[in-house]
Write a protein that binds this ligand. Structure first.
Ligand SMILES: [Zn+2]
Length: 200
């Protein structure tokens, strides 16, 4: 590949930006150019923000969330119900649930989902800590895995592990999205919604 008519620092910036989700090489070049043109307004504040975040970020020792303190601000919050745990694959899922403001308990972040193909075994996920937490006064565990093969495999695995402890285990419903039209749904979603129908 021909190199850009720019120095190695700029090439490196583009190369790193292109690793971000949603950015390919072309959008990484455009993002880098915007940063370089807006040196004082964007490039320098962004560099400082990245440096600060890198120095401050902690993985919560209790739940696996990312925060600047450990235990994280959710685990420290006395208003959040410590008897209900919501298990998610990733911090992005925790953020999504927080944006929806539907849950007032605490979380447990697995750090991924089981995948034989990618060599993700239970030992590589934050599972042992979950089992420990459940033995410590938890009444309900909500499995909020993704509706993917890996997510559902993980949910089944955790269900088996947790039933032995006698805790109540629930999972998110699968079905028709809010505002969704049946005609537009894929067969998998429609079939899951049909099977999970409930009396009104
Ligand atoms: Zn935490």
């Amino acid at each position: 590949m021909a190199s850009l008519p720019a120095g190695p620092e700029i090439e490196r910036l583009i190369q790193l930006l292109s690793k971000l989700p949603g950015l390919g090489p072309r959008s990484a070049r455009r993002a880098a150019l915007t940063l370089l043109k807006k040196r004082e307004m964007l490039l320098e504040p962004l560099a400082a923000a990245i440096r600060d975040a890198a120095a401050a970020i902690r993985v919560c020792e209790t739940c696996g969330n990312l925060d600047t303190v450990s235990p994280c601000s959710i685990c420290r919050d006395p208003r959040r119900d410590a008897h209900i745990l919501c298990v998610v694959e990733d911090v992005a899922d925790l953020w999504a649930l927080e944006r929806a403001s539907v849950f007032r308990g605490r979380y447990h972040v697995l750090g991924g989902a089981l995948s034989a193909l990618d060599g993700i075994t239970p030992a590589k996920l934050n599972v042992a800590a979950l089992i420990n937490r459940v033995g410590d006064g938890v009444d309900e565990v909500i499995l909020a895995m993704n509706a993917t093969v890996e997510g559902q495999t993980t949910a089944h695995y955790l269900m088996d592990m947790l039933t032995a402890s006698g805790v109540k285990v629930t999972r998110l419903a699968h079905g028709v999205p809010v505002g969704g039209e049946l005609d537009y749904l894929d067969e998998g979603t429609l079939s899951a919604a049909f099977k999970a129908r409930r009396p009104l």
